[in-house]
Design a binder for this molecule. Structure first.
Ligand code: MN3
Length: 240
């Protein structure tokens, strides 16, 4: 007897085409939810497709981790965001607009937490690559040397930010008022909402990002990502 498709697999097939076409813009809308003339319901925000197969980052990050992290965690944040904006003035806006509109507002805390996690995760998937790791080149490397001394010092600073973030959160490379900086944020907080700051790269250090593969050894996960997966080309593109 044929296996019954899961709701998740059906959903993924539905949005994958449109999400791929949107690339790094992170502003995709649900495939097949185009507004008909006079339609009253704004389209839901779609889960952007992973930029690689779920087994493409193994063994550094296993397919099991990616399946859960993307298919369950990221999708849940997305589903919650869509529920919370339905029927509000934020329905039909982009994920960036929703994150910015809800940041710092206690009455919109649940929306911010979910929407920022949607944005952060989409940014994280792009911050990794099966062909990542190594050393950046060109303008990004020049800027790293100017702002951190050398690449080793910069890599240590980014690893330290990722390892020492207390509890759940994120480590970031940002451009802050024209200078490269390393930061850590708790929970769903994101540099996206700070004027003058531009996120260039992130590492997820929530336990769900590494516990299946590394158990409690967050430093091993961080170092493996930095050595083998971190997508310097994405950071360079964001630097502009
Ligand atoms: Mn995560």
């Amino acid at each position: 007897m044929a296996e019954k498709p899961t709701l998740y697999s059906v959903t993924r097939r539905g949005f994958i085409g449109g999400a791929v076409a949107a690339g790094v813009a992170l502003t995709t809308r649900a495939q097949g939810a185009a507004e008909a003339p006079g339609a009253a319901v704004a389209p839901a925000i779609a889960l952007p497709a992973l930029p690689y197969d779920e087994n493409a980052l193994a063994p550094t990050i296993s397919a099991e981790t990616l399946s859960l992290h993307y298919g369950k965690h990221h999708k849940a944040y997305l589903d919650n965001t869509n529920k919370l904006i339905a029927g509000t003035d934020l329905a039909g806006t982009s994920i960036e607009e929703i994150v910015r509109a809800s940041a710092g507002k206690p009455e919109k805390k649940a929306l911010f937490n979910n929407a920022a996690q949607v944005w952060n995760h989409t940014f994280y998937w792009q911050s990794l690559s099966p062909k990542g790791g190594g050393t950046p080149t060109g303008a990004l490397l020049d800027r790293i040397k100017a702002d951190f001394g050398d690449f080793a010092a910069f890599k240590d600073a980014l690893a330290k930010a990722a390892v020492t973030q207390f509890g759940s959160g994120w480590a970031w490379l940002v451009l802050a008022n024209g200078k490269l900086a390393v930061e850590q944020t708790p929970n769903a907080e994101t540099p996206l909402t700070t004027p003058g700051k531009k996120p260039l790269l992130t590492i997820d250090v929530w336990e769900h990002a590494y516990y299946v593969d590394y158990r409690n050894r967050r430093p091993d996960y961080v170092n493996a990502v930095l050595d083998r997966l971190v997508n310097w080309e994405f950071a360079a593109k964001n630097l502009g």
